[in-house]
Design a binder for this molecule. Structure first.
Ligand code: SLL
Length: 154
């Protein structure tokens, strides 16, 4: 497959986490007693843009305390929803559509459950939703022709 020389195509996306503390009076059923939060990790387009025309699959590697800790999401929305008690690093591997001829790329995200606060004492009182997300741009350098067509809608 011929590459389109001298061309770079940028595609924006957002990745990160959102965490909600449980209401202690109202924990979800079948949830382990030590779990304190529900959270989601996600990779998505900006302003709801569907990015599945270039992103085929996302593999999220959770902490080993989770059953089946490697989660492969093969279609949009690329997200995993879980409950837990602790913060940890999540490995996010992006797989591109077959036409791209591109190797997967790896990102890391620190799952955040707790808001930033002056002290641990005060933090216990603060039951807040915590969003931690990053805007990123993936750069496809000299994409192969069929992928260039897909990216540019040609
Ligand atoms: C910590 N290094 O000690 C981290 C580890 C692990 C988080 C956090 C529950 C898993 C499960 C869970 O929240 N693990 O029991 O399903 O803070």
């Amino acid at each position: 497959n011929k590459r389109v020389r001298g061309v770079s195509v940028f595609r924006p996306f957002v990745f990160g986490s959102i965490a909600h503390p449980f209401d202690p009076e109202n924990k979800p059923p079948n949830c382990p007693p030590d779990h304190t939060h529900r959270w989601e990790i996600f990779v998505k387009g900006v302003n709801g843009e569907d990015i599945s025309y270039w992103l085929k699959k996302v593999q999220f590697k959770l902490h080993e305390t989770y059953a089946h800790n490697v989660r492969s999401i093969e279609q949009s929305p690329f997200e995993v929803s879980e409950t837990g008690w602790g913060e940890f690093e999540i490995q996010i591997k992006l797989y591109f559509v077959a036409e791209s001829n591109e190797k997967p790329q790896t990102l890391w995200h620190s799952l955040k459950l707790h808001p930033y606060g002056p002290d641990a004492e005060g933090m216990k009182e603060r039951r807040e939703t915590v969003i931690s997300q990053n805007y990123e741009e993936i750069i496809f350098n000299e994409p192969v022709e069929p992928f260039y067509e897909i990216l540019t809608g040609g």
